[in-house]
Design a protein. Structure first.
Length: 263
């Protein structure tokens, strides 16, 4: 990690409007800002609008957890990226829960990435192998297919804006929640960048931010952030507790400060 750290809190389907508002207030009280730290909150769709009025924009940015790839039309129950474009900076796309529970397949993820970019929202593209795929030695193939398909319809310039979150499914708290060793994470992150290099060249691959997600907490976050390959973290479970998320932010902050002293 050398540049700005990106920390994203994915609240999943937790917290109603008033609980979300309270969490933001508590986080605001407990977090310091640093010019090299970007903190993004991904609440439910319902709470995006009220939180956009509440947050201190110098401290927090918002992300959608999902949206529909068509801009508008007869799609009952859906919200489009177009409708979110003034509300959010980022959108999580291809999260493993969406892939597993809502059958977001490779073309759907590709279309969502494209729709996000078309609406000037930065996609946080989640990729990662399941435990079964890992045991079968399929990790690279899975990452290859997920990365190359998702970026297929973007120009090189658009790819440079994308954030890729490497989230091994077996490390996410929803599934097995096992600890992923930073060395193994680094290897997969290098492979992801290698894929992007093959497709778009070194310059583009270096510009893409690659972050880690999967059971990150205040005690493990630094191990990932210290990896030269890693630009930040995507935090699920620990992001809905203000003390725990503040501890993660603080760990990143202290790492930035100590690196600045060393430089
Ligand atoms: P977790 O979730 O931190 O609870 O494992 C991460 C994610 O699902 O993005």
């Amino acid at each position: 990690m050398s540049g700005k750290i990106l920390l994203v809190g994915n609240w999943k389907m937790h917290l109603n409007v008033s609980q979300a508002s309270l969490l933001v207030q508590r986080l605001h009280e407990r977090t310091r800002t640093h010019r090299n730290l970007e903190i993004v909150l991904a609440p439910t769709m319902l709470t995006l609008q009220p939180l956009s009025l509440q947050i201190d924009r110098r401290k927090f940015r918002l992300a959608a957890q999902n949206a529909y790839p068509k801009d508008e039309g007869p799609f009952t129950g859906e919200v489009s990226f177009t409708m979110l474009r003034d509300l959010v900076h980022y959108a999580i796309v291809g999260h493993s829960e969406r892939r597993k529970f809502f059958h977001d397949d490779l073309p759907m993820v590709r279309d969502k990435v494209k729709a996000a970019v078309r609406n000037e929202i930065t996609p946080i593209l989640c990729v990662g192998e399941t435990q079964h795929e890992r045991r079968e030695g399929l990790t690279r193939r899975v990452l290859h297919d997920q990365v190359t398909t998702a970026l297929q319809n973007l120009t090189a310039r658009e790819v440079m804006e994308v954030v890729v979150a490497y989230e091994p499914v077996w490390a996410i708290s929803t599934f097995q929640g096992e600890y992923a060793r930073p060395d193994d994470v680094a290897e997969c992150m290098r492979y992801i960048r290698h894929q992007i290099t093959q497709l778009y060249g070194e310059h583009v691959a270096q510009a893409v931010r690659v972050i880690y997600g999967g059971s990150v907490d205040g005690s493990t976050v630094r191990g990932y952030l210290e990896l030269p390959e890693c630009d930040g973290a995507l935090v699920g479970h620990e992001s809905i507790n203000p003390y725990h998320f503040a501890a993660i932010i603080d760990a990143a902050y202290r790492m930035q400060v100590s690196q600045a002293h060393e430089a």
